[in-house]
Design a protein around this ligand. Structure first.
Ligand SMILES: *[C@@H]1O[C@H](CO)[C@@H](O)[C@H](O)[C@H]1NC(C)=O
Ligand SMILES: *[C@@H]1O[C@H](CO)[C@@H](O)[C@H](O)[C@H]1NC(C)=O
Ligand SMILES: *[C@@H]1O[C@H](CO)[C@@H](O)[C@H](O)[C@H]1NC(C)=O
Length: 628
């Protein structure tokens, strides 16, 4: 929308801009150091109850000391979030921000600061150089400030999307939160240099399903898989591995829920935890409790890879749908579980004891269906590679219609949760359901995915996959900092593109993944080699990894590889849990065709009805002013 006439002079526009800016400026906050009781919050009558456990059900520590704490709630009907930051030692203000991957530049910020006399609250942003400015459109609305027994509390709200191009769009998936503490007054926001104050990054899933948790069966029992009194190592990152044994002769049960058990005081250090089931083929697994990276770690622990539970900081309890449960115990499963705890201890706190873990809620009264886990995406193979110095390179794994037709029951399956996985170069993952050539439903999407934040996410709505449907899993990678190509594989510098979907009823289909037909990739190598004038083509004699490394990478070889991946036939891994392919021909399959893509959902701020605060201020968005 353009509200300025072409013939308005720049001076007028600038003047109007400054006037409006001055009137909305920042909202004055009563000095939080002097008399918090007198704070005139613009939101007016917020309830004066002391704590807000019900209204703000989600919370997590922000900094490793645990001095800053974030709580929030979500309203899907209003498309907005209430956020509360609590600070146990408030000095001269604080910053909360969101940016693509946790950078301090190009960030959407909300700042509380004082200039030595007065305190201010404002919606701000940082540019690519880190200069901080007040936003011309104030989208964070201050609701309340108060002093509580736990410290200073700042409550504000914000829509998911504000339509201000400088603001971050809060979507499902990972949000990189940045926080900062001001320990000196600043004369104005322009004086704020985020690189000179104490800051940090915390990842969170801000948007969650809003369905109330189902009730648990009466005969539910609990099993705590916890570390035995570990002294948290004095190093930034530790992955602690602990082998846990189920009681002998435990019959088959269903896990119906699980939650984290974090040792009090360590909430800001216990970063994430996973419980894996060992391979049922191994009759015994040696007792071990130590670093997962230790040379002393028994090799057989590598066969404990089947995920039973995964929790990360800020996550709530995980519930199975009421008619399904995840099998635990019984003859078909292993008695051995591996607990992995990631301790994040950047402050090198020493001597801290921990026995955190996961509490599994299980029932011997089996539910109607077994839940299962299926792997979608790409096969771990070097034929799927990412050229070096790419900002956004996509690889797509297919679960074809032929495979779902072969392996799924007539009523289909219901996906209720999903865990995305890539290695370090992964930036985004999206799994979409395609029916009759049309995208019909996004199963899970994360535009700010980080390998450091893997968590099983419950879907807001279950997705039913019918025989004949196609599932596409597309991963986005950034290799700008790499000079060599990145091939698919298990190594941390190799890549993966996986979505572990949790579904029921369980089927024999364990993997539904693809990779390019290797023969077509060889045609690519010989074409590029010839094009680049290299007559010494070692095609076929060296490994695919070496073939990729010996190409000289420019935008041409990169683009041709990209088009090859988008057109060449694939081989399908339509595999059963017995690690055998389903009967059928799975080589040189045609790529599924997608004729129509899903439209992005519209936000209330887009078109038509504009929220009240934009009636005047929207006129003065600086980027529009420049256009005049
Ligand atoms: C979120 O919290 C605010 C403030 O406590 C409350 O007024 C609001 O009703 C809550 N909204 C939801 C959806 O829980
Ligand atoms: C902020 O401070 C850093 C380091 O002190 C400096 O390199 C940078 O140029 C400053 N940024 C701005 C926008 O002033
Ligand atoms: C699928 O099964 C085939 C046949 O047993 C096996 O060779 C292949 O490695 C399996 N694929 C994957 C990705 O595990």
């Amino acid at each position: 929308m353009r509200l300025f006439n072409k013939d308005l002079r720049l001076q007028d526009v600038t003047l109007m801009y400054l006037t409006v800016l001055a009137t909305l400026v920042v909202i004055l906050v009563a000095s939080y150091q002097v008399d918090p009781a007198a704070s005139p919050s613009r939101g007016g009558s917020t309830p004066t109850s002391t704590s807000t456990p019900v209204q703000l059900p989600y919370h997590m520590p922000l900094d490793p000391r645990g001095h800053l704490h974030l709580s929030w709630n979500i309203s899907y009907p209003l498309q907005e979030l209430y956020l509360e930051v609590r600070c146990s030692e408030m000095k001269h203000g604080l910053v909360l921000g969101m940016s693509d991957r946790g950078e301090l530049t190009n960030a959407d910020l909300v700042v509380l600061w004082d200039d030595g006399h007065q305190s201010f609250f404002g919606d701000a942003w940082s540019d690519s150089q880190g200069h901080v400015s007040l936003d011309s459109q104030q989208d964070y609305q201050l609701m309340d400030t108060r002093q509580t027994p736990e410290g200073f509390s700042l409550l504000f709200k914000r829509p998911f999307s504000t339509c201000d191009p400088r603001d971050y769009i809060i979507e499902e998936g990972t949000v990189h939160l940045i926080y900062g503490v001001l320990d000196q007054p600043i004369r104005s926001l322009q004086q704020l240099n985020l690189s000179q104050i104490e800051t940090g990054v915390q990842r969170a899933l801000l948007l969650r399903p809003d369905t109330p948790p189902p009730s648990l069966p009466r005969d539910v029992q609990t099993l705590e898989v916890r570390t035995p009194d570990v002294t948290i190592p004095t190093q930034e990152t530790t992955y602690w591995c602990h082998i846990f044994q189920l009681p002998p002769n435990m019959p088959k049960n269903h896990i119906v829920m699980y939650e984290s058990v974090v040792t009090p005081g360590n909430e800001a250090i216990v970063h994430h935890m996973e419980v894996f089931e060992c391979s049922p083929e191994m009759s015994t697994v040696p007792q071990y409790s130590g670093s997962c990276d230790s040379k002393m770690k028994p090799a057989s622990l590598n066969y404990c890879r089947h995920v039973l539970a995964a929790w990360a900081m800020g996550a709530k309890s995980f519930y199975y749908p009421t008619d399904a449960g995840l099998p635990l115990g019984g003859p078909a499963s292993s008695r051995f579980l591996r607990l992995e705890v990631h301790y994040h201890n950047p402050l090198l706190i020493s001597g801290r004891k921990d026995n955190s873990g996961v509490r599994l809620y299980h029932t011997p009264s089996l539910r109607r269906y077994d839940a299962g886990i299926m792997e979608l995406g790409l096969v771990y193979t070097p034929v799927m590679a990412i050229p070096p110095r790419e900002q956004n390179f996509h690889l797509t794994g297919f679960c074809t219609s032929k495979c779902t037709q072969t392996a799924l029951p007539p009523g289909g399956i219901n996906i209720f949760a999903s865990q995305l996985h890539t290695h370090l170069a992964g930036r985004g993952v999206r799994t979409v359901l395609v029916r009759g050539g049309r995208e019909v439903k996004v199963v899970q999407e994360d535009k700010h995915f980080s390998t450091h934040y893997q968590i099983i996410r419950m879907l807001r709505k279950m997705v039913t996959v019918l025989p004949g449907d196609v599932l596409l899993t597309k991963c986005t990678y950034n290799t700008e900092d790499r000079s060599q190509p990145t091939v698919g594989g298990f190594g941390i510098m190799e890549e993966m593109c996986v979505n572990y979907v949790h579904y029921y009823p369980r089927t024999q289909l364990e993997l539904c993944k693809s990779n390019i037909d290797p023969g077509y990739l060889q045609k690519y190598f010989s074409f590029i080699n010839r094009f680049q004038g290299g007559d010494a083509c070692s095609c076929g004699q060296t490994s695919v990894t070496d073939q990729f490394s010996s190409l000289s990478w420019d935008s041409f070889s990169g683009e041709v590889l990209n088009s090859l991946y988008n057109t060449a036939p694939i081989s399908m891994a339509c595999n059963q849990s017995s690690a055998k392919l389903f009967p059928g021909d799975w080589e040189r399959q045609e790529l599924p065709v997608v004729t129509s893509q899903l439209q992005r959902p519209r936000y209330p701020c887009e078109g038509g009805k504009l929220p009240s605060q934009s009636s005047e201020p929207t006129v003065v968005q600086p980027d529009r002013v420049e256009e005049v």
